[in-house]
Design a protein around this ligand. Sequence first.
Ligand SMILES: Cc1ncc(COP(=O)(O)O)c(C=O)c1O
Length: 354
Amino acid sequence: MKSVLNLSVEKVKESRIKEVDFNNIPFGKFFSDHMIEMDWHKGHWETPKLRPFQNISIHPATSALHYGQAIFEGMKAYKTESGEVLLFRPDKNAARFNYSASRMAMPTIPEDQFVELLLELLKLDRSWVPTGEDGALYIRPFMFATNEMVGVKIAEHYKFMVITCPVGKYYAKPVSVLVQDEYFRAFPGGTGAAKAAGNYGGTYYPAGLAMKEGYDQILWLDVVEKKYVQEIGTMNFFVQIDGEVLTPPVSDSILDGVTRMSVISVLKDMGYKVSEREISIDEIVEAHKAGKLQAAFGTGTAATIAFIREIGYREERMALPEFDDNYVAYKVKDKLEGIKRGRYEDTYGWNVSV
Ligand SMILES: Cc1ncc(COP(=O)(O)O)c(C=O)c1O
Protein backbone atom coordinates (compact mmCIF):
# COMPACT_ATOMS: atom_id res chain seq x y z
CA MET A 1 0.00 0.00 0.00
CA LYS A 2 1.31 3.44 -0.86
CA SER A 3 1.67 5.47 2.31
CA VAL A 4 -0.70 8.38 2.78
CA LEU A 5 1.22 9.38 5.87
CA ASN A 6 3.85 11.87 6.69
CA LEU A 7 4.60 10.43 10.12
CA SER A 8 7.10 11.67 12.68
CA VAL A 9 8.55 8.70 14.62
CA GLU A 10 10.31 8.71 17.99
CA LYS A 11 11.03 5.29 19.49
CA VAL A 12 11.46 4.38 23.17
CA LYS A 13 15.03 3.96 24.37
CA GLU A 14 14.09 0.89 26.34
CA SER A 15 10.90 -1.17 26.19
CA ARG A 16 8.75 -1.59 29.34
CA ILE A 17 7.48 -4.98 28.17
CA LYS A 18 9.38 -6.88 30.89
CA GLU A 19 7.16 -5.18 33.50
CA VAL A 20 4.09 -7.05 32.25
CA ASP A 21 3.11 -10.54 33.37
CA PHE A 22 1.47 -11.79 30.17
CA ASN A 23 -0.04 -14.76 32.02
CA ASN A 24 -2.07 -12.48 34.24
CA ILE A 25 -3.08 -9.23 32.51
CA PRO A 26 -5.81 -7.06 34.02
CA PHE A 27 -7.97 -5.41 31.30
CA GLY A 28 -6.86 -1.91 30.33
CA LYS A 29 -4.13 -1.27 32.88
CA PHE A 30 -0.83 -1.77 31.06
CA PHE A 31 -0.03 0.22 27.95
CA SER A 32 2.38 -0.63 25.17
CA ASP A 33 5.55 1.36 24.49
CA HIS A 34 4.23 3.77 21.87
CA MET A 35 1.20 5.89 21.03
CA ILE A 36 -0.10 8.03 18.19
CA GLU A 37 -0.87 11.70 18.62
CA MET A 38 -2.25 14.04 15.95
CA ASP A 39 -3.66 17.53 16.43
CA TRP A 40 -6.28 19.38 14.44
CA HIS A 41 -5.74 23.13 14.26
CA LYS A 42 -7.21 25.77 11.99
CA GLY A 43 -9.12 23.34 9.80
CA HIS A 44 -6.49 20.70 9.13
CA TRP A 45 -4.64 17.76 10.68
CA GLU A 46 -1.02 18.41 11.63
CA THR A 47 1.73 15.82 11.09
CA PRO A 48 0.89 12.71 13.14
CA LYS A 49 3.44 11.66 15.76
CA LEU A 50 4.30 8.11 16.72
CA ARG A 51 6.03 8.57 20.06
CA PRO A 52 6.78 6.90 23.39
CA PHE A 53 3.67 6.36 25.54
CA GLN A 54 3.59 9.18 28.07
CA ASN A 55 1.35 11.58 29.95
CA ILE A 56 0.04 14.58 28.09
CA SER A 57 -0.35 18.02 29.54
CA ILE A 58 -3.66 19.83 29.03
CA HIS A 59 -5.09 23.24 29.89
CA PRO A 60 -7.66 23.25 32.76
CA ALA A 61 -10.25 24.76 30.39
CA THR A 62 -9.78 22.00 27.78
CA SER A 63 -13.27 21.99 26.33
CA ALA A 64 -13.77 18.19 26.18
CA LEU A 65 -13.49 18.08 29.98
CA HIS A 66 -16.33 20.55 30.35
CA TYR A 67 -18.72 19.86 27.47
CA GLY A 68 -17.98 16.27 26.52
CA GLN A 69 -16.95 16.64 22.89
CA ALA A 70 -15.05 13.35 22.97
CA ILE A 71 -15.32 10.08 21.08
CA PHE A 72 -13.46 6.76 20.97
CA GLU A 73 -13.17 3.38 19.28
CA GLY A 74 -12.27 -0.08 20.51
CA MET A 75 -10.68 -2.83 18.46
CA LYS A 76 -8.22 -5.70 18.87
CA ALA A 77 -5.12 -7.13 17.19
CA TYR A 78 -4.48 -10.87 17.49
CA LYS A 79 -1.38 -13.02 17.12
CA THR A 80 -1.67 -16.27 15.20
CA GLU A 81 0.22 -19.42 16.14
CA SER A 82 2.78 -18.63 13.46
CA GLY A 83 3.36 -15.16 14.94
CA GLU A 84 1.46 -13.13 12.34
CA VAL A 85 -0.41 -10.11 13.76
CA LEU A 86 -3.96 -9.63 12.47
CA LEU A 87 -6.28 -6.67 12.79
CA PHE A 88 -10.00 -7.45 12.53
CA ARG A 89 -12.09 -5.32 10.11
CA PRO A 90 -10.33 -2.00 10.89
CA ASP A 91 -12.22 -0.31 8.03
CA LYS A 92 -15.44 -0.73 10.03
CA ASN A 93 -13.96 1.01 13.07
CA ALA A 94 -12.56 3.77 10.88
CA ALA A 95 -16.00 4.35 9.36
CA ARG A 96 -17.71 4.28 12.76
CA PHE A 97 -15.13 6.67 14.19
CA ASN A 98 -16.03 9.12 11.45
CA TYR A 99 -19.75 8.60 12.04
CA SER A 100 -19.17 9.43 15.72
CA ALA A 101 -17.00 12.43 14.78
CA SER A 102 -19.67 13.85 12.44
CA ARG A 103 -22.43 13.32 15.00
CA MET A 104 -20.36 15.17 17.61
CA ALA A 105 -19.44 18.00 15.19
CA MET A 106 -15.77 16.96 15.18
CA PRO A 107 -13.36 16.61 12.24
CA THR A 108 -13.16 13.24 10.48
CA ILE A 109 -9.99 11.35 9.52
CA PRO A 110 -9.64 9.76 6.06
CA GLU A 111 -10.33 6.06 6.64
CA ASP A 112 -7.13 4.85 4.91
CA GLN A 113 -5.10 7.23 7.07
CA PHE A 114 -6.83 6.04 10.25
CA VAL A 115 -6.00 2.41 9.39
CA GLU A 116 -2.46 3.22 8.32
CA LEU A 117 -1.74 4.99 11.61
CA LEU A 118 -2.90 1.91 13.50
CA LEU A 119 -0.72 -0.34 11.36
CA GLU A 120 2.37 1.82 11.96
CA LEU A 121 1.79 1.70 15.71
CA LEU A 122 1.23 -2.06 15.65
CA LYS A 123 4.34 -2.70 13.57
CA LEU A 124 6.40 -0.99 16.23
CA ASP A 125 4.64 -2.62 19.20
CA ARG A 126 3.95 -6.06 17.71
CA SER A 127 5.79 -7.81 20.54
CA TRP A 128 3.05 -6.46 22.85
CA VAL A 129 0.35 -8.55 21.11
CA PRO A 130 -0.19 -11.48 23.48
CA THR A 131 -0.48 -15.06 22.31
CA GLY A 132 -2.80 -17.60 23.89
CA GLU A 133 -6.49 -18.37 23.74
CA ASP A 134 -7.96 -15.13 25.06
CA GLY A 135 -5.03 -12.75 24.61
CA ALA A 136 -5.17 -9.73 22.30
CA LEU A 137 -3.84 -6.20 22.03
CA TYR A 138 -6.74 -3.85 22.70
CA ILE A 139 -6.52 -0.71 20.58
CA ARG A 140 -8.10 2.52 21.75
CA PRO A 141 -8.28 5.35 19.19
CA PHE A 142 -9.90 8.49 20.64
CA MET A 143 -10.37 12.17 19.95
CA PHE A 144 -11.30 15.10 22.14
CA ALA A 145 -11.83 18.83 21.81
CA THR A 146 -8.84 20.88 23.01
CA ASN A 147 -10.12 24.46 22.86
CA GLU A 148 -8.69 26.25 25.86
CA MET A 149 -11.68 28.31 26.90
CA VAL A 150 -14.91 28.08 28.86
CA GLY A 151 -17.87 28.45 26.49
CA VAL A 152 -20.43 26.08 24.98
CA LYS A 153 -19.52 25.96 21.32
CA ILE A 154 -18.05 23.68 18.68
CA ALA A 155 -14.28 23.57 19.23
CA GLU A 156 -11.70 24.53 16.60
CA HIS A 157 -8.93 22.38 18.10
CA TYR A 158 -8.86 18.62 18.64
CA LYS A 159 -6.44 15.89 19.62
CA PHE A 160 -6.56 12.40 18.11
CA MET A 161 -4.66 9.64 19.90
CA VAL A 162 -4.22 5.88 19.76
CA ILE A 163 -3.03 3.88 22.74
CA THR A 164 -2.92 0.09 23.07
CA CYS A 165 -2.91 -2.40 25.91
CA PRO A 166 -2.42 -6.15 26.08
CA VAL A 167 -5.52 -7.87 27.48
CA GLY A 168 -6.78 -11.30 28.47
CA LYS A 169 -10.32 -12.54 29.11
CA TYR A 170 -12.94 -9.83 29.79
CA TYR A 171 -15.58 -11.89 31.61
CA ALA A 172 -14.37 -14.91 33.53
CA LYS A 173 -17.86 -16.46 33.58
CA PRO A 174 -21.34 -16.11 31.98
CA VAL A 175 -23.09 -12.86 32.88
CA SER A 176 -26.43 -11.83 34.37
CA VAL A 177 -28.26 -8.78 32.99
CA LEU A 178 -31.01 -6.62 34.44
CA VAL A 179 -33.63 -5.09 32.14
CA GLN A 180 -33.86 -1.45 33.15
CA ASP A 181 -37.16 0.41 32.67
CA GLU A 182 -36.46 3.52 34.72
CA TYR A 183 -33.14 4.80 33.34
CA PHE A 184 -32.35 4.95 29.61
CA ARG A 185 -29.15 5.01 27.63
CA ALA A 186 -30.24 6.53 24.33
CA PHE A 187 -33.14 8.28 22.64
CA PRO A 188 -34.25 8.84 19.03
CA GLY A 189 -32.26 11.69 17.54
CA GLY A 190 -29.61 11.38 20.26
CA THR A 191 -26.04 10.10 20.26
CA GLY A 192 -26.70 6.42 21.11
CA ALA A 193 -25.20 5.15 17.84
CA ALA A 194 -22.02 7.19 18.29
CA LYS A 195 -19.17 6.12 20.55
CA ALA A 196 -19.41 9.40 22.41
CA ALA A 197 -17.72 9.42 25.83
CA GLY A 198 -20.77 10.86 27.61
CA ASN A 199 -22.96 7.92 26.54
CA TYR A 200 -20.95 5.77 28.92
CA GLY A 201 -20.61 8.11 31.91
CA GLY A 202 -24.40 8.43 32.00
CA THR A 203 -24.84 4.68 32.48
CA TYR A 204 -22.61 4.31 35.55
CA TYR A 205 -25.24 5.25 38.11
CA PRO A 206 -27.96 2.79 36.96
CA ALA A 207 -25.27 0.14 36.28
CA GLY A 208 -24.09 0.58 39.89
CA LEU A 209 -27.65 0.00 41.13
CA ALA A 210 -27.91 -3.17 39.02
CA MET A 211 -24.61 -4.44 40.45
CA LYS A 212 -25.91 -3.90 43.99
CA GLU A 213 -28.73 -6.29 43.05
CA GLY A 214 -26.16 -8.85 41.92
CA TYR A 215 -26.28 -8.24 38.16
CA ASP A 216 -23.24 -7.72 35.92
CA GLN A 217 -24.79 -5.41 33.31
CA ILE A 218 -27.95 -3.62 32.21
CA LEU A 219 -30.03 -4.68 29.22
CA TRP A 220 -31.36 -1.34 27.98
CA LEU A 221 -34.90 -0.77 26.74
CA ASP A 222 -36.04 1.84 24.22
CA VAL A 223 -37.16 5.08 25.82
CA VAL A 224 -40.32 5.62 23.75
CA GLU A 225 -42.31 2.42 24.35
CA LYS A 226 -40.15 1.23 27.26
CA LYS A 227 -40.47 -2.35 26.03
CA TYR A 228 -38.05 -3.11 23.18
CA VAL A 229 -34.62 -4.46 24.16
CA GLN A 230 -31.66 -2.55 22.70
CA GLU A 231 -28.18 -3.45 23.91
CA ILE A 232 -26.08 -4.26 26.98
CA GLY A 233 -23.31 -2.06 28.46
CA THR A 234 -20.68 -2.35 25.74
CA MET A 235 -22.28 -5.19 23.80
CA ASN A 236 -25.02 -5.78 21.28
CA PHE A 237 -27.72 -8.25 22.29
CA PHE A 238 -28.80 -11.54 20.71
CA VAL A 239 -31.41 -14.03 21.83
CA GLN A 240 -32.41 -17.45 20.49
CA ILE A 241 -36.11 -18.28 20.66
CA ASP A 242 -37.46 -21.53 19.27
CA GLY A 243 -34.42 -22.03 17.05
CA GLU A 244 -34.38 -18.55 15.50
CA VAL A 245 -31.66 -16.08 16.46
CA LEU A 246 -32.92 -12.52 16.95
CA THR A 247 -31.17 -9.20 17.43
CA PRO A 248 -32.61 -5.68 17.45
CA PRO A 249 -32.01 -3.66 14.26
CA VAL A 250 -29.40 -0.90 14.52
CA SER A 251 -30.79 2.62 14.74
CA ASP A 252 -29.68 5.99 16.05
CA SER A 253 -30.08 4.52 19.56
CA ILE A 254 -27.99 1.34 19.10
CA LEU A 255 -24.28 1.04 18.30
CA ASP A 256 -23.59 -0.64 14.97
CA GLY A 257 -21.25 -3.24 16.46
CA VAL A 258 -18.52 -4.79 14.33
CA THR A 259 -18.86 -8.04 16.30
CA ARG A 260 -22.64 -7.90 15.81
CA MET A 261 -22.41 -7.59 12.04
CA SER A 262 -19.78 -10.36 11.88
CA VAL A 263 -21.83 -12.68 14.12
CA ILE A 264 -24.87 -12.23 11.86
CA SER A 265 -22.83 -13.23 8.77
CA VAL A 266 -21.22 -16.22 10.51
CA LEU A 267 -24.52 -17.49 11.97
CA LYS A 268 -26.27 -17.26 8.61
CA ASP A 269 -23.42 -19.14 6.96
CA MET A 270 -23.67 -21.81 9.67
CA GLY A 271 -27.30 -22.31 8.63
CA TYR A 272 -29.06 -20.46 11.46
CA LYS A 273 -32.13 -18.38 10.77
CA VAL A 274 -31.22 -14.86 11.94
CA SER A 275 -33.67 -11.96 12.06
CA GLU A 276 -32.93 -8.32 12.80
CA ARG A 277 -36.18 -7.09 14.29
CA GLU A 278 -37.67 -5.41 17.33
CA ILE A 279 -37.83 -7.78 20.33
CA SER A 280 -40.06 -6.80 23.23
CA ILE A 281 -39.16 -7.82 26.75
CA ASP A 282 -42.66 -9.36 26.97
CA GLU A 283 -41.78 -11.67 24.06
CA ILE A 284 -38.68 -12.80 25.97
CA VAL A 285 -40.67 -13.38 29.17
CA GLU A 286 -43.34 -15.35 27.24
CA ALA A 287 -40.69 -17.43 25.47
CA HIS A 288 -39.07 -18.20 28.82
CA LYS A 289 -42.41 -19.32 30.29
CA ALA A 290 -43.05 -21.53 27.24
CA GLY A 291 -39.59 -23.10 27.52
CA LYS A 292 -38.58 -21.61 24.15
CA LEU A 293 -35.88 -19.20 25.36
CA GLN A 294 -32.79 -21.18 24.36
CA ALA A 295 -29.94 -18.70 24.61
CA ALA A 296 -29.03 -15.05 25.07
CA PHE A 297 -25.62 -13.50 24.51
CA GLY A 298 -23.83 -10.20 24.12
CA THR A 299 -21.35 -9.35 21.36
CA GLY A 300 -18.55 -6.80 21.50
CA THR A 301 -14.85 -6.38 20.82
CA ALA A 302 -13.80 -6.38 24.49
CA ALA A 303 -15.88 -9.35 25.65
CA THR A 304 -16.13 -11.04 22.19
CA ILE A 305 -19.19 -13.20 22.91
CA ALA A 306 -20.49 -13.15 26.46
CA PHE A 307 -22.86 -15.95 27.39
CA ILE A 308 -25.84 -14.73 29.42
CA ARG A 309 -26.96 -17.02 32.23
CA GLU A 310 -29.77 -14.91 33.64
CA ILE A 311 -32.07 -12.03 32.62
CA GLY A 312 -33.84 -10.06 35.35
CA TYR A 313 -36.95 -7.99 34.67
CA ARG A 314 -39.06 -6.51 37.48
CA GLU A 315 -39.93 -9.52 39.70
CA GLU A 316 -38.72 -12.13 37.19
CA ARG A 317 -35.27 -13.71 37.29
CA MET A 318 -35.13 -15.81 34.13
CA ALA A 319 -32.46 -18.49 34.15
CA LEU A 320 -31.18 -19.51 30.72
CA PRO A 321 -30.67 -23.21 29.94
CA GLU A 322 -27.35 -24.88 30.74
CA PHE A 323 -24.78 -24.53 27.96
CA ASP A 324 -23.80 -27.56 25.88
CA ASP A 325 -21.81 -28.19 22.68
CA ASN A 326 -24.84 -27.23 20.60
CA TYR A 327 -25.15 -23.87 22.29
CA VAL A 328 -25.40 -21.26 19.55
CA ALA A 329 -23.24 -18.66 21.32
CA TYR A 330 -20.49 -21.20 21.87
CA LYS A 331 -20.51 -22.26 18.21
CA VAL A 332 -20.41 -18.73 16.80
CA LYS A 333 -17.75 -17.68 19.30
CA ASP A 334 -15.52 -20.59 18.30
CA LYS A 335 -15.91 -19.77 14.60
CA LEU A 336 -15.43 -16.00 14.90
CA GLU A 337 -12.53 -16.19 17.33
CA GLY A 338 -10.99 -18.86 15.11
CA ILE A 339 -11.13 -16.55 12.10
CA LYS A 340 -9.68 -13.60 14.04
CA ARG A 341 -6.81 -15.72 15.38
CA GLY A 342 -6.03 -17.49 12.12
CA ARG A 343 -7.26 -20.91 13.36
CA TYR A 344 -9.94 -20.98 10.64
CA GLU A 345 -9.62 -19.72 7.11
CA ASP A 346 -10.83 -16.12 6.74
CA THR A 347 -13.14 -16.68 3.77
CA TYR A 348 -14.69 -13.23 4.37
CA GLY A 349 -11.48 -11.26 3.85
CA TRP A 350 -11.94 -9.56 7.25
CA ASN A 351 -8.39 -9.75 8.62
CA VAL A 352 -5.70 -7.21 7.79
CA SER A 353 -2.14 -8.47 8.32
CA VAL A 354 0.18 -6.08 10.15
C1 LIG B 1 -22.59 0.65 23.48
C2 LIG B 1 -21.90 -0.43 22.76
N1 LIG B 1 -22.64 -1.36 22.10
C3 LIG B 1 -22.05 -2.35 21.40
C4 LIG B 1 -20.69 -2.47 21.32
C5 LIG B 1 -20.07 -3.57 20.50
O1 LIG B 1 -19.45 -3.05 19.36
P1 LIG B 1 -18.21 -3.78 18.70
O2 LIG B 1 -18.66 -5.14 18.37
O3 LIG B 1 -17.90 -2.97 17.48
O4 LIG B 1 -17.11 -3.77 19.69
C6 LIG B 1 -19.88 -1.55 22.00
C7 LIG B 1 -18.41 -1.64 21.95
O5 LIG B 1 -17.80 -0.99 21.14
C8 LIG B 1 -20.49 -0.49 22.72
O6 LIG B 1 -19.75 0.41 23.38
